[in-house]
Design a protein around this ligand. Sequence first.
Ligand code: AVJ
Length: 331
Amino acid sequence: MGELPAAVRAGGHSGVNTPRLLQIAHDDPAAIRAELLAGLAAPTATISPKYLYDALGSRLFSAITELPEYYPTRTEAAIFATELPHMAEVLGPVATLVDLGAGNCEKAARLFSAFRVQRYVAVDISASYLRESLEFLQQKHPALDMLGIGLDFSQHLTLPAEVGDGPRTLFYPGSSIGNFTPNEALAFLRQARAECRGGALLIGVDLVKPADILEAAYDDPLGVTAAFNRNMLLHLNRLAGTDFRIAEWRHVAFLNATESRIEMHLEALRESVVQWSGGKRRFAAGERMHTENSCKWRVEDFATLLERAGFSRLRHWTDARAWFAVFAAFS
Ligand code: AVJ
């Protein structure tokens, strides 16, 4: 990815700090289109889960976190609520907190006072999406130094110099690490370790559990996850100029026990041909397009992964059912 930082000052309120915003150039529309069409043309059509998150997709994900069956968000929140003082003791005062995939910045904001954060760096795919969240947060934390960075770190994590010198605590909650296969996760964690600069990582990880619980969390009876998955086709139609008809595709989610992951797919209900300018792809009835992996870890295996990535002094906290874990590790 090209790095063309263009710092923009957000509209200010005098007397308090103002969040700064920085957008690291995203891929241009032609490159995105080429990537998507290559994925569509592959023997098993595959689209990166990052394309689940257009404006509607982000709202649907937010709705998923409210579902009774989707346990990760509230289980992780409960671990933080219970263990925050212990985490603060382990991590010590955090000069710089870097929030990877910050979104509305709510999860990180709950850490500010316990961790005595001085500088908050929110990273998400689009800086413009961070503006509102950061301006809102700045009112509540006028003394906090805030920086919003628009950066797609799904392929590679390199933070810009504006993050500043000195050790950083990288915060990667929500089990977003689950979107990576174990090999990809290892590569990502190695980059994360380098970006810690002697600091630490605080990361949420969804754990292995019975198939019925996992499958209900990714195929809820209300159909919100189905809408979230199927909405990707609307996003593709806009980004790649395809002509998917949503009604012809159904949501499929299942546990792949061999790979220890939930897989989401979109399955063609009948034979169909998807067209775009310059190409087309035929799907047989029942043929699937792979849209997401959500890997589930055992505590011991994730600890080993962190160590292989070069982290040490590992700690972890979990809930009473051991459904989710939060790890702290030093770089
Ligand atoms: C945002 C990647 C953590 O894998 O649980 C939720 C996304 N997909 N329901 C997850 C998701 C279907 C979520 N992550």
